[in-house]
Design a protein around this ligand. Sequence first.
Ligand code: ADP
Ligand code: 5GP
Length: 229
Amino acid sequence: MHADHSIPPPTPAGAPPFLMLILSSPSGAGKTTLTHMIQERFPELRFSVSHTTRAPRANETDGVHYRFTDHETFRAKVQSGSFLEWAEVHGNYYGTSMSEILGAEEDSDCSGIIFDIDYQGARQIRARIPDVVPIFILPPSMVELERRLRGRGSEPEAAIARRFSGAKREIANYALFDYLVVNDQIDRAFETLASIIVAERSRRSRRAGLAEYLLRHDVIVPDHTAISS
Ligand code: ADP
Ligand code: 5GP
């Protein structure tokens, strides 16, 4: 991790500065779908792989979607301070390992990291990394949220009901986020997200390093190129 996130290191002109994004939403609002679209458009942004005590779903691979772990291993990681943040969500434990950020920052092909985490994790990361960009995905209505949760067909009824009842609690914490993106039409929601990413790269705090770097490097213009008045 950079020692001080308020002073970015100079990045070569044209290279995007390192960006940390939080993507949160009530379960079923479309975060996973949007995350995949972001990864396609912005392959230089890495998706942080969380640890979880939840059982894998049929389409999930260990080390790709999550690092599936037992309670004992999770607890040991909490106690050793290995997590940047962790929380209990829908009866399971989830956590972001510090090594996720370190790995992304050390990878020269990577210019940022996306944390797909809940509002409790967002609160913890905001407190530790003030320049993180927290984004919350809203469903257009509660009726549509329930329809999407059922339509996904990946969980039993009890799990769906639990996630739906947690949605209001998630939405109640919207003030933790700087951007609220409505996922009504998927393409429109995605373009909004993409605009946020592009705009955040140009934020002064992220480009200040380059501006300061330019100020320290003079170019000597040879006499014969001088324009005579
Ligand atoms: P989350 O990761 O937030 O739980 P998903 O991305 O898994 O949500 O989306 C839940 C379901 O809703 C999926 O079946 C997905 O295809 C569908 N979905 C996502 N966005 C839209 C949208 N804008 N319109 C209709 N269905 C959507
Ligand atoms: P799911 O079980 O549907 O994959 O995820 C359930 C919820 O846990 C989602 O809101 C997801 O964003 C959140 N989550 C996933 N990984 C983490 C994590 O590392 N930390 C926290 N705080 N929440 C997470």
